[in-house]
Structures are given as structure tokens and as C-alpha cells.
Design a protein around this ligand. Structure first.
Ligand code: G4P
Length: 525
């Protein structure tokens, strides 16, 4: 078998996603501990600013520094190369997470047993569903009182639109939490708070009276009943359905107590897909292709504002990426080679000689890259599926220092390329509108414009409900729409038509009045 094939098949590139506070950081840390990537708990703990609701720029800056360092967390577990892509903890930076999800082959969703499915989880899983990304669900905090297991499974199916298949099942909960039964391997893991990962024993036959000895009579009976119901109601695990994103295994545990995590990790490395195909406008990219291709999904400005260098994070999609080799930057039609391609593995920077599909490479960049850019060995390829989402908050951005208008324009352009926020320019008067998913993005933009570009901006309110991309094959209707709605039309940074709806009523009326026009809520259509 070729080296490339071996390396592809042993890679597991994924992200952990969750609503803030569900336990993403804790779970990630436990996975890293199991994988030997860190030695002590607490190493990734500080990677969040979610608790600062007011803006704290030092915290934002600190976060940027930390998140570069933990952009990819990698370790070898059971001979598999596990790459965990970090996603920001703060919901205001959800757009970064959406983009990161385009660079993974699967995800683990963490859900708090007491809170159930929360808003942010719904949005993130929706992005996964758009791309049929395989999802594993981890229900966390079983050491606390929470919702009934069956109710949670219903909620996951309804709100997240996932077909579920529980592979472990809790025995009790909260104070009465006794452990989990692993239906997949027919083992029982009894909860013992101070052990490395509980007390695991083979337990094939639940009718065995030993069950009472371990968990007590009530819990034993309940478990038997539950498992019977589960077997009747839920589908058996089917690997091909899972890798198609059509069936989601569910695990229960307590990340902070290191419980139920190993079961999931063992199963994960066994079933999670290795790097799969990617869609480009021109053709499907197979990871096993001999020629290298990759795309940029995230750009990080460097910490030092005096040097405007940045790090572009590229996912390798096919072939082997090699240091000091000429590649084509397709959008710029420019040959580039990289002398210091870097892996950012859990705070350890290392220069890479080569990288395989599923790997993430950090490329030092002086402003050449935009999100979505592709690198190839010469072929013209444009990757699909790196969407912008319709923002939820809008403000006019104005120049607050007339002497610095050039700096402002440049700053806005570069920061938009980096994906800090979205820019729309109104057709009727050329005013610029910034769209975001969270308030903090406005503040980060303003702060960075000032500190990195010496430009000052101020925001003015605008009443806007939604910005959506419009297309139609009916060019007559499209022209009419553009004319009639001229005051509500704008262009995005790719010069595409965007309709700015002031209210949900306006949007609905427009949709009803112009049936041949498609209104898109992501830029990828
Ligand atoms: P996030 O990254 O998804 O935002 O969540 P994070 O891991 O930071 O966890 C949020 C809180 O939930 C933390 O408590 C963490 O200790 C706690 N937690 C995580 N897993 C479990 C679990 O299995 N059981 C229980 N009971 N709690 C859990 P915190 O008070 O916010 O932080 P800390 O002071 O404990 O560090």
C-alpha cells in the first residue's frame, strides 16, 4: 500500500461542537489526555472568553493568541492520527465555527443532559446536515440531574433532525448515576469518580443476576426494560448510514469525571470516516488522487500588529503537500512555495516537511489568501461549500477620520477576506453595511481597524431584519426586482446581489410577489 493511502486511512479529522457551557472544552481536554497530547487537565481550559459578556479587548486578543496555538490538536490513538480542529467558544464567533466545519470529516456534538438541545447546537448541526457530515452525539453531565434519556433522544431527532442510534445507555443519573451500559460492545462501565475511566467489565447478558449486585435491583430492572425498548425502537448501528451522515450514534457520560469518554473515543477511532471527497466546481476531488489540492478555511491575523502577517489554515484534500514546492494559488494565478509550513498541534509549532489529506497546514501569509482560496499543482479548481451565512446583526460603518480613508478601505477589505464579518455595499448610495452574527464581531473589527491599520470607524444603526442572496433564471423578473427594490439592494464582496429586508413581513411579501426569485440564506447555492 502506498504511504499516501496508509496515511489517509489512519486519519480522523473532526471538530467538537456544542452550545457554550455544555462541556466542549472539558471533553476536548479529556480526549487529549487519553491521546497523550497533554499531560495535565487545564491545558486548553483558558481557550474561551465566553463569560465576558461585555467587551474586553485584552481577552479578545488573548483568545486570538490561544486559538492560533490550539487551532489543531493532534494525537495518535490506537495507531490513528486524530486531528481535532478547534472552534471558538463564544457564540459571537459562530461564523468561524461554520467555516471550520467545512474542513472536517466528522463531528462530535456535546449536549448538556439538563439543558437538552440548545440554540447554538441547532445552528451548528444544521451546517453539518447541509454537508451530510457524520455526527456522533455525546450527552454530558450525567452526574447531574437532567432530562430523561428517551426524551432527549426524541428532542435530538426533532430539533437537530438527526436519526439516532444509542450505543451506550445511562444507568441512573445525578446522585444515582451508576454508569453506562455499552450496547455496542456489551460491556458495562460502572461509575467510580476517582478512577481513570470507571470500572469496565464484560456484560453480555443483562438477565444475568449479577447485574443486581453491581447496580441494585431498581436500576437493574430499569436498565433491562430500557434496553429492550431501545432494541425495539431504534435502528441497529449501521456504519454505512453513519458515514453518509444519516445515522448518529449517541453516547452518555460525564466529561469532567472522565466517564464515558473512552467508550466514545474507542468507538470514534473505529467508525469515524477517514478523509473523504471534496466538491469543486470543476470535479470531485478524491483524497487518493496523486496530485496535491487544498483550500483555505480560516485566516488568523498574527499577534504582532506591526507586521501584518497572517496565518492561513489550509486543509489538504488530496495528494501530498510538500514544503518548498511550487503550488498554484488559483485565484491569483500565482505560483507560491512555502518554506515554513507549520502544524499547530496543541501549542506545539512544528515545521512540516509534508502533509496528507485530512491534515491542516498553517501557511504564513502576507495578505495573499482569502477564505475559500485553493492551492493546486496547476489545475484550476474552485472548492464549493464554504458558505457565508445570512448575518443577524447589521450596522452602517462610517469613516471617523477623513485623513485615513485609504487605511480604512484597506483594513475593511483585508479583515473581510479574513472572515471577521461580512460587508454589503448598498446599490443606491454606496454606503457600507457590516453584517455579523454577534455584537463582539463589531467590536473586534473596530479595534483591529484602529490597531492594525490606524483607521477609525464608527457605526450607525440600520433597521434590517435579514440580508439574503437572490438569484433567478427569470432575468426579467430579476431586473424588475432590482429596479423596484433599488433602495434595498446591495452587493456582497463577491459582487453578488443581496436583498436587504427590513422586516420579516417585507421578506415574505417579496417572496410572494416574485415567485421566480430564489432567496438564499447562505451564500452557497
Ligand atoms: P464549553 O467549552 O462547552 O463552554 O464548556 P466547558 O467544558 O468549559 O464546561 C462548562 C462547565 O461545565 C464547566 O464548569 C465544567 O467544569 C462543567 N462540566 C463539564 N463537564 C461536566 C460534567 O460531566 N459534569 C458536570 N457536573 N460538570 C461538567 P465551570 O464551573 O464553568 O468551570 P470550572 O470552574 O469547573 O472550570
Amino acid at each position: 500500500m502506498s504511504k499516501q493511502k496508509v496515511e489517509i486511512e489512519r486519519r480522523r479529522t473532526f471538530a467538537v461542537i456544542a452550545h457554550p457551557d455544555a462541556g466542549k472544552t472539558t471533553l476536548t481536554e479529556k480526549l487529549l489526555l487519553f491521546g497523550g497530547a497533554i499531560q495535565v487537565a487545564g491545558a486548553v481550559k483558558s481557550n474561551k472568553i465566553k463569560k465576558s459578556t461585555t467587551s474586553d479587548f485584552m481577552e479578545i486578543e488573548k483568545q486570538r493568541g490561544i486559538s492560533v496555538a490550539t487551532s489543531v490538536m493532534g494525537f495518535v490513538y490506537k495507531d490513528k492520527q486524530v486531528n481535532i480542529l478547534d472552534t471558538p467558544g463564544h457564540k459571537d464567533f459562530a461564523e468561524d465555527t461554520y467555516r471550520t466545519l467545512t474542513a472536517v470529516d466528522s463531528v462530535i456534538v456535546v449536549i448538556d443532559v439538563a439543558k437538552g438541545v440548545e440554540a447554538q447546537t441547532e445552528k451548528l448541526v444544521e451546517v453539518c446536515r447541509m454537508r451530510d457530515t457524520p455526527v456522533i452525539v455525546f450527552i454530558n453531565k450525567m452526574d447531574r440531574e437532567g432530562k430523561d434519556g428517551f426524551d432527549l433522544l426524541d428532542e435530538i431527532e426533532e430539533k437537530l433532525g438527526l436519526r439516532v442510534c444509542p450505543l451506550t445507555w445511562p444507568i441512573g443519573m445525578g446522585q444515582e448515576f451508576k454508569g453506562v451500559y455499552n450496547m455496542y460492545e456489551q460491556k458495562m462501565n460502572l461509575f467510580a469518580p476517582n478512577t481513570k475511566y470507571g470500572n469496565v467489565m464484560e456484560f453480555e447478558d443483562l438477565d444475568n443476576p449479577d447485574l443486581e449486585k453491581h447496580v441494585g435491583e431498581d436500576a437493574a430492572n430499569e436498565l433491562r426494560e430500557d434496553v429492550e425498548t431501545l432494541n425495539e425502537v431504534y435502528p441497529k448501528f449501521d456504519h454505512s448510514e453513519y458515514v453518509k451522515g444519516k445515522l448518529s450514534p449517541v453516547f452518555f457520560g460525564s466529561a469532567v469525571n472522565n466517564f464515558g469518554v473512552k467508550e466514545m473515543l474507542d468507538c470514534f477511532v473505529g467508525i469515524a470516516p477517514s478523509p473523504t471527497t471534496y466538491l469543486t466546481e470543476e470535479r470531485i476531488i478524491d483524497p487518493f488522487d496523486s496530485k496535491f489540492t487544498g483550500f483555505v478555511f480560516k485566516i488568523h491575523a498574527n499577534m504582532d500588529p506591526r507586521h501584518r502577517d497572517r496565518i492561513a489554515f489550509m486543509r489538504v484534500c488530496s495528494g501530498i503537500f510538500k514544503r518548498n514546492t511550487n503550488y498554484l494559488h488559483v485565484r491569483k494565478a500565482k505560483k507560491m512555495k512555502f518554506s515554513n509550513p507549520t502544524s499547530f498541534m496543541a501549542a506545539r509549532k512544528e515545521v512540516l516537511e509534508e502533509a496528507f489529506p485530512g491534515d491542516i497546514v498553517g501557511l504564513y501569509d502576507s495578505g495573499n489568501f482569502k477564505i475559500g482560496d485553493s492551492l493546486t499543482e496547476g489545475e484550476q479548481l474552485h472548492f464549493k461549500g464554504i458558505p457565508s451565512f445570512s448575518p443577524e446583526m447589521f450596522k452602517y460603518i462610517e469613516n471617523a477620520d477623513p485623513m485615513k480613508s485609504k487605511q480604512l478601505a484597506k483594513g475593511i477589505r483585508q479583515l473581510m477576506d479574513e472572515g471577521v464579518a461580512q460587508l454589503f455595499v448598498k446599490n443606491n448610495n454606496g454606503r457600507k453595511i457590516i453584517g455579523t452574527v454577534g455584537q463582539l464581531q463589531f467590536e473586534v473589527l473596530q479595534y483591529r481597524l484602529q490597531h492594525e491599520y490606524g483607521a477609525k470607524c464608527r457605526y450607525e444603526p440600520i433597521m434590517l431584519f435579514k440580508a439574503c442572496w437572490i438569484t433567478s433564471e427569470n432575468t426579467e423578473q430579476l431586473d424588475l426586482f432590482r429596479r423596484k427594490k433599488v433602495n434595498y439592494m446591495a452587493k456582497d464582496k463577491e459582487d453578488r446581489d443581496v436583498y436587504l429586508a427590513e422586516s420579516s413581513w417585507m421578506l415574505q411579501t417579496a417572496q410572494a410577489d416574485y415567485p421566480d426569485i430564489q432567496f438564499h440564506f447562505t451564500s452557497e447555492f
